[in-house]
Ligand binder design. Structure first.
Ligand code: GLN
Length: 258
């Protein structure tokens, strides 16, 4: 009898412990869920001025730029804190598919291949690829790149453009590295998005932009969202549309352009 009582007591103790553990776990999970519910995580590659770059005082932590201001406003309007996960451009869509981030805002051009993997919001910016060359360069159009040393940034639409043109090129991980290569005379031309090119040329002496509108197609930037997250896509579309219509995006573009 004594033995049975002992067993019973032990069983009760076990059950209580398990229940307590479960309760604790439950509370922790709840806190975690609440925390997640109040946060919207954006993936970016903060190497793309004026859209995203690292600054002493950014709009979201150390991250500043047009896209970062857009992300902040989306967070505010959703009643959530916008957080930034800075990673390589090439990793962004995978991070979105894995659920590591809720959305990607990275001056990302809508293209059919990417659209197979993720959903894109309405577009908020028009861009084009351009060529950055030294001021004394004889490159005047895209076909002049044929026998030149071309540098692109890995995974950017600039890379696919040059690839389609059939020219040999070298791909760098960062726009800033590509620009250093050009400044140091190790390459003849960098192909990159127009607004970013303008920023680099403004910040560095001896460089100029050569456009070839016939050779490079029009591009549109949009925010990427996981295909499963249709509700978030709708919310982002609504906020972005408002920001386009009321001139906020235009004002941000002007603010960060200089
Ligand atoms: N617009 C280019 C692309 O989508 C580059 C974007 C970026 O570097 N952030 O590939």
């Amino acid at each position: 009898m004594k033995k049975m009582m002992k067993k019973l007591a032990l069983a009760v103790a076990c059950v209580t412990t398990v229940a307590m553990l479960a309760a604790c776990g439950g509370k922790e999970d709840e806190a975690k869920n609440n925390e997640q519910a109040n946060v919207i995580k954006f993936g970016t590659n903060a190497e793309f001025p004026p859209f995203e770059f690292v600054a002493a005082n950014g709009v979201i932590d150390q991250y500043d730029g047009i896209d970062m201001a857009i992300a902040k406003q989306i967070g505010d309007e959703l009643g959530k804190t916008a957080q930034i996960e800075n990673m390589e451009f090439d990793s962004l869509l995978l991070a979105l598919q894995n659920g590591q981030v809720d959305a990607v805002i990275a001056g990302m051009t809508v293209d059919p291949e990417r659209a197979e993997e993720v959903n894109f919001s309405v577009s908020y910016y028009n861009a084009k690829q351009v060529m950055i060359v030294k001021e004394d360069s004889d490159i005047a159009q895209a076909s002049d790149m044929a026998d030149k040393k071309i540098v692109v940034i890995q995974g950017y639409t600039g890379e696919s453009c040059v690839k389609k043109m059939g020219y040999a090129y070298e791909a760098f991980k960062k726009g800033s590295e590509a620009i250093m290569e050009l400044i140091n005379g190790k390459c003849d031309v960098v192909v990159i998005d127009s607004a970013t090119a303008k920023k680099y040329v403004g910040d560095n002496e001896g460089l100029k932009i050569v456009a070839d509108d016939a050779a490079f197609g029009d591009e549109e930037y949009a925010i990427a969202v996981n295909k499963k997250d249709t509700e978030l896509l709708e919310q982002i579309n609504e906020i972005l549309t408002k920001m386009i219509d009321d001139g906020t995006i235009q004002a941000l573009s002007e603010k960060y352009a200089d």
